[in-house]
Design a binder for this molecule. Structure first.
Ligand SMILES: [Zn+2]
Ligand SMILES: [Zn+2]
Length: 121
């Protein structure tokens, strides 16, 4: 008999942040699969598809930017794996650090690749 009685893993069990070692609870507002740290926004490359925990990579994923999603303007964090350079985007959670999110948004403005004076006229 082979109906699916695989041991169900508790996705909501939480994790320890790979970067700042914060104990991150699995449940948060606005997300079912919390996959990044609410303090430093780092993630970890564990999924091939969202929530499947099937990737053998396991390297830290650095937050590199913010995506504003249409049509409702919801924010997502763009993560890049520090080992294999894959890019993934993840919805922000209700308790993500607003300071850390804004720092991510401000990063290109703090280091413009062209003179900002030129865009006023
Ligand atoms: Zn962290
Ligand atoms: Zn990776």
């Amino acid at each position: 008999m082979s109906h699916h009685d695989r041991a169900r893993r508790h996705e909501a069990a939480g994790f320890t942040c790979i970067r700042c070692k914060l104990q991150v609870p699995g449940e948060a507002w606005g997300t079912k699969h919390r996959n990044h740290c609410p303090a430093c926004l780092y993630s970890r490359h564990v999924d091939e598809q969202p929530g499947d925990r099937a990737s053998p990579c396991r390297a830290p994923m650095e937050p590199i930017g913010i995506e504003v999603r249409a049509p409702d303007g919801e924010w997502a964090i763009i993560h890049r794996c520090t080992a294999c350079a894959i890019i993934k985007t993840n919805r922000i959670a209700g308790d993500d650090s607003e300071r850390a999110l804004l720092a991510l948004v401000m990063r290109p403005l703090a280091r413009p690749a062209f003179p900002l004076d030129d865009i006023r006229g």
